[in-house]
Design a binder for this molecule. Structure first.
Ligand code: NAD
Ligand code: UD1
Length: 361
């Protein structure tokens, strides 16, 4: 049986997707340099997938390394081929994701997110592995003109991070369009099968509390910050503006439970494996919007924890509302979100509170 290469599989979304794929019977190889994750996640993934110790090696392999190391990535493909577990598809999560950091370090972001992806594609091409699921982001839409945002909305990234995602999307469109000459004067369509998944706001954790979002350094995103206030790690949350044209003046986002997102990756992978060469570009979101205050109130209700906050100025680069139209994902993948905002708060806090315990003892 072939295997699936998961780049960045130790990260937040990657680890949850690995659990879903292992439970569905796939054999996985993870490559991760642990720049934003920890090797201990691998044993949690194995535990959640109920892998017996003796078969773990065959079902789940870990390679510590960087996707920009073309020699290493080539070796991974070669060894898998030699062992009879050829890599048949790649789910490409590895990348850097902080908007703020991307403004400070644009060269690094272009190198990891864009050059790293190009090198990975070159190796895939060499080994005729042409099935790819790529992590893009709603950030490629910039400040959206129409809500809900569908996939035909203009691409207008407004920060280096978003620009790297948009650039990879363009590269993928090019390789998907390119025609290969099989015989002189005869062209056949490309054989790439690619799904570009534009995530909205991924949050929550595995219901077991075994894995979740574990950002290194100071988080910029709302949900980890709410968790840290609940944990007592910070005194209060700054709400970036209460004068937005929204239900209560605070920003509205489409929060998606990471387990729903993981299921979306499985659906995309399976769609590609059984269909004709194609390029699918799909939003993964719930289609529902919640304001900052709604999220805080739901979190307080579910966890019984008080979240102190202060209204601050708007954050540069923010938009009032971002909500996905998830219709195309339903049509092509037969996928839609199943989890509620309450599940997000419940599972997110369960993970965070178990993590505090782990850190203390
Ligand atoms: P994450 O940081 O938790 O996971 C990324 C993983 O990739 C980490 O384990 C990190 O160590 C690894 N990595 C980074 N650079 C690498 C490199 N050069 N070589 C090998 N491994 C490397 O992030 P995540 O939230 O799981 O996001 C996964 C993907 O989804 C990213 O590409 C991100 O841009 C995209 N995305 C994330 C969000 C979000 O809010 N979490 C939203 C939209 C898109
Ligand atoms: C941010 C990024 C986006 C990226 C996404 C997921 C920016 C401008 N956008 O999106 O490119 O794809 O993360 O990684 O950074 N908020 C507060 N106080 C806080 C933090 C956030 O009020 O301390 C508000 C924001 O104004 C927003 C909402 O909470 O209305 C969600 O913010 P966040 O979690 O950072 O996600 P996005 O801004 O949607």
């Amino acid at each position: 049986m072939g295997s699936i290469l998961i780049t960045g599989g130790a990260g937040f979304i990657g680890s949850h997707t690995c659990v879903v794929l292992l439970n569905a019977g796939y054999n996985l190889i993870i490559i991760d340099n642990f720049s934003n994750s920890s090797p201990s996640v691998i044993s949690s993934i194995a535990k959640l997938a109920k892998l017996e110790d003796k078969i773990t090696e065959a079902r789940l392999q870990l390679v510590k390394g960087d996707i920009r190391d073309k020699e290493l990535v080539t070796q991974i493909f070669e060894i898998a081929k030699r062992k009879g577990t050829r890599i048949i598809a790649v789910i490409h999560f590895a990348g850097l994701k902080s908007v703020h950091e991307s403004i400070q370090k644009p060269l690094l972001y272009w190198d990891v997110n864009t050059s790293g992806t190009r090198k990975l594609l070159e190796v895939m091409n060499e080994f005729s592995c042409k099935v790819l699921v790529f992590s893009s982001s709603a950030t490629v839409y910039g400040d959206p003109c129409v809500i809900p945002i569908d996939e035909t909305s203009p691409i207008n990234p407004i920060n280096p991070y978003g620009k790297t995602k948009a650039a990879v999307e363009m590269l993928l469109a090019d390789i998907s369009n390119c025609q290969q000459r099989t015989k002189p004067f005869q062209k056949s369509p490309t054989d790439w099968r690619i799904a570009i998944l534009r995530y909205f706001n991924p949050v929550g954790a595995h219901p077991s509390g075994e894995i979740g979002e574990d950002p290194k350094g100071i988080p910029n995103n709302l949900f980890p910050l709410i968790n840290q206030v609940a944990e007592g790690k910070r005194d209060l949350l700054h709400i970036f503006g209460n004068d937005w044209p929204t239900i209560d003046g605070t920003g509205v986002r489409d929060y998606i439970h990471v387990m729903d997102l993981a299921e979306g990756h499985k659906a995309a992978l399976e769609k590609l494996l059984r269909s004709e060469p194609q390029l699918l570009t799909l939003n993964l979101g719930s289609g529902k919007g919640h304001s900052v205050l709604e999220l805080i109130h739901c979190f307080e209700e579910v966890t019984g924890k008080k979240i102190s906050y202060q209204i601050a100025n708007r954050r540069a680069g923010d938009s009032a509302i971002s909500i996905a139209s998830p219709k195309l994902a339903l049509k092509y993948l037969n996928w839609s979100t199943q989890k509620s905002l309450k599940d997000i708060c419940d599972d997110g806090w369960n993970w965070q509170s178990k993590n505090i315990y782990k850190n203390k003892f």
